[in-house]
Design a binder for this molecule. Structure first.
Ligand SMILES: C[S@@+](CC[C@H](N)C(=O)[O-])C[C@H]1O[C@@H](n2cnc3c(N)ncnc32)[C@H](O)[C@@H]1O
Length: 240
């Protein structure tokens, strides 16, 4: 299922990216589970552990989508307050529906990752899962995350990355560039969104470059680990 690259959303025009995510919101969770063979839940658990949100603390999840990571954060820390932001309203509508057990402690706010509507020094941790790749100015977004974190607070970034293992790369390429758009077309009604997905990963900086970007944004003690056979990178840093 080939979609011409000229018709894919342009990451430098946030409205086109927001519209694309809005269109796939209804089937987003199903596709995630199928595409990752259910591994995505475990990756989010690793992100929650890395965030080390204290009991009663404040967490921000950027590009929260349907709110899976925001809910996992709220479940992990008693009495913690969690805010999820996203610029796609249909994603936030689905997120709000899924908060029955943790509802009082989670709020969802429509906002752009590059201009977070929160005061400085507010949060104990700021997380993002599969978001930063879609943001036009990633350095600006990380600087915003540093600004709203309290000193000593943690930034956690979970993102897809192209695997390094020479034997696995062609298998992953075939799966990601061929089967994922077919799955997206059949189940989410958008081969376009699921063609944009591998294209955006191919253009995204590798883990070392992303670690450097986090340091440039002001974070210290930046480290990362690779998950999912080297297809996912989990970066963690600290605001000094
Ligand atoms: C691939 S989804 C990930 C959703 C969720 N974090 C997860 O783990 O499933 C990316 C989300 O980031 C949001 N997003 C992308 N760029 C954004 C931006 N500049 N500001 C706010 N949200 C953004 C999209 O609307 C989408 O819901």
């Amino acid at each position: 299922m080939m979609v011409p690259s000229s018709t894919l959303p342009d990451p430098t025009r946030p409205a086109t990216v927001a519209a694309m995510f809005g269109q796939i919101a209804a089937r987003y969770d199903l596709l995630n589970t199928l595409m990752t063979f259910g591994l995505d839940a475990g990756w989010r658990r690793r992100a929650v552990a890395a965030a080390a949100l204290p009991a009663g603390g404040w967490a921000l999840d950027v590009g929260t989508g349907t709110g899976a990571l925001a809910r996992a954060l709220a479940r992990a820390a008693p009495n913690a307050q969690v805010i999820g932001v996203d610029f796609a309203a249909p994603m936030l509508a689905r997120a709000a529906r899924g908060t029955s057990s943790t509802g009082a402690r989670i709020r969802f706010v429509r906002a752009d990752a590059q201009a977070l509507p929160f005061p400085a020094d507010t949060f104990d941790c700021v997380t993002s899962a599969f978001t930063i790749r879609n943001v036009a100015d990633r350095l600006a977004a990380f600087r915003e995350q540093a600004r709203v974190l309290k000193p000593g607070g943690r930034v956690v970034c979970l993102e897809l990355t192209w695997p390094r293992a020479p034997l696995f790369r062609p298998v992953f390429r075939a799966y990601f560039r061929y089967w994922v758009p077919i799955l997206g077309g059949l189940l989410a009604g958008s081969a376009r969104a699921y063609t944009y997905l591998p294209e955006s990963v191919a253009q995204f900086p590798g883990p070392e470059a992303l670690a450097k970007l986090l340091r440039t944004a002001g974070f210290v003690a930046v480290r990362y680990e690779l998950l999912g056979g080297g297809t996912v990178a989990l970066h963690v840093g600290v605001r000094p």
